[in-house]
Design a protein. Structure first.
Length: 362
């Protein structure tokens, strides 16, 4: 198991407040990777009008919510499970499948390894290489898929590299995994931010492969991390039955259930968020690439990995400089295979993005 260092997470604003004496309300977090639009106006108004839903238990089957998700994702309601954030669903899946040995694409989110280790499993990493701009080399990766593996974990787009695997590449991976009886867990937390979702999401593959489960949430794209609403999609009926038997009867509360029904049909908000991120991603990649201060790795999600070229600077010095101007970036030295030469920023509103750029390059 790789040792993970302590760090400031995007949700650790209270720690920042205590250490730097800056009110958390005054901090713009370029670290949390959350949609800068905040929750939609429609959700804010309609959810307030449904406050009485807390006077009754949620539907145990969450039929209305699963139907809303199915329409949003173009899949079947019976292939959907909802949970208290995607983190809970990751935990449930690992508890059910008990992988003895898993391979994780790295650098990536540390929760995957933690859950596997808690269940007594062993993890190995397939490292994305800086020499290839952290893009997965599919043929080499497939050569590492062997009978001794029970599970592979793919974050797609990957955090923190913002690189992604296409659906055609995912199909190739699934075919090899099928030969070796390997489950594939795909975390699509950031897929709604990509240019062409249909070219990346693996959800259509769940109709043909029973060795894949896809995880998504509402924390990042819908700017609702406090709602704790996540969902999983799989076409494996046995796995669905096992998880349904194992999970708590009410995975999410009545307000989260109603919020989901509203947000997944809010097409105006969805398009507005995508338009903003796509435009800022293109603009900021160009700005940082031509700055001479950073190597920017071409992003596909709502965040970008940057390598610091100025030898007099480090991830910690830039973090300190930004936070003193009430902006929080991600020091990536805590990720496996990265070091203090890397930071990650997410894309916020244009004026805030410009202010951070000036701070980091002046």
């Amino acid at each position: 198991m790789i040792e993970h260092k302590d760090h400031f997470h995007g949700s650790d604003l209270e720690k920042i407040e205590a250490i730097y004496g800056i009110r958390k309300e005054d901090i713009i977090s370029f670290s949390a990777n959350v949609n800068p639009l905040g929750i939609s106006t429609r959700l804010r108004c309609e959810l307030a009008n449904h406050i009485d839903v807390i006077t009754t238990y949620p539907d145990r089957e969450y039929r209305g919510l699963r139907e809303a998700i199915a329409r949003y994702c173009n899949t079947k309601p019976e292939h959907i499970l909802v949970g208290n954030g995607s983190t809970e669903l990751i935990s449930l899946f690992i508890q059910i499948t008990h992988p003895k040995k898993a391979m994780i694409l790295g650098p990536t989110y540390s929760e995957y390894e933690r859950e596997i280790t808690l269940e007594g499993g062993r993890t190995t990493y397939y490292p994305l290489r800086e020499q290839q701009d952290f893009r997965l080399q599919i043929e080499d990766f497939k050569s590492k898929l062997t009978d001794d593996l029970d599970l592979i974990v793919l974050c797609n787009p990957n955090n923190p590299t913002s690189t992604c695997i296409t659906r055609d590449e995912m199909r190739d991976i699934l075919d090899v995994c099928k030969e070796h009886s390997i489950y594939v867990m795909v975390d699509e937390t950031y897929v709604e931010f990509v240019d062409d979702i249909s070219a990346i999401t693996a959800i259509p593959l769940t109709a043909y492969y029973n060795n894949i489960i896809i995880l998504r949430g509402t924390s990042k794209f819908f700017a609702a991390p406090g709602l704790r609403l996540g969902y999983a999609i799989t076409g494996n009926p046995d796995l669905l039955h096992q998880i349904s038997q194992y999970k708590n009867p009410w995975m999410i509360n009545s307000l989260a259930e109603k919020a989901g029904e509203i947000m997944f049909s809010d097409n105006e908000y969805i398009q507005k968020a995508r338009d903003l991120i796509i435009a800022e991603r293109l603009r900021l990649y160009s700005m940082y690439s031509s700055s001479g201060r950073f190597k920017a790795y071409e992003p596909t999600a709502n965040f970008m990995l940057l390598k610091i070229l100025d030898e007099s600077e480090s991830a910690s010095s830039l973090f300190d400089r930004a936070i003193r101007e009430h902006m929080m970036i991600r020091d990536c030295s805590t990720f496996p295979f990265l070091n203090d030469r890397y930071i990650r920023i997410c894309f916020m509103n244009p004026s805030d993005n410009d202010r951070l750029f000036h701070c980091l390059t002046s």
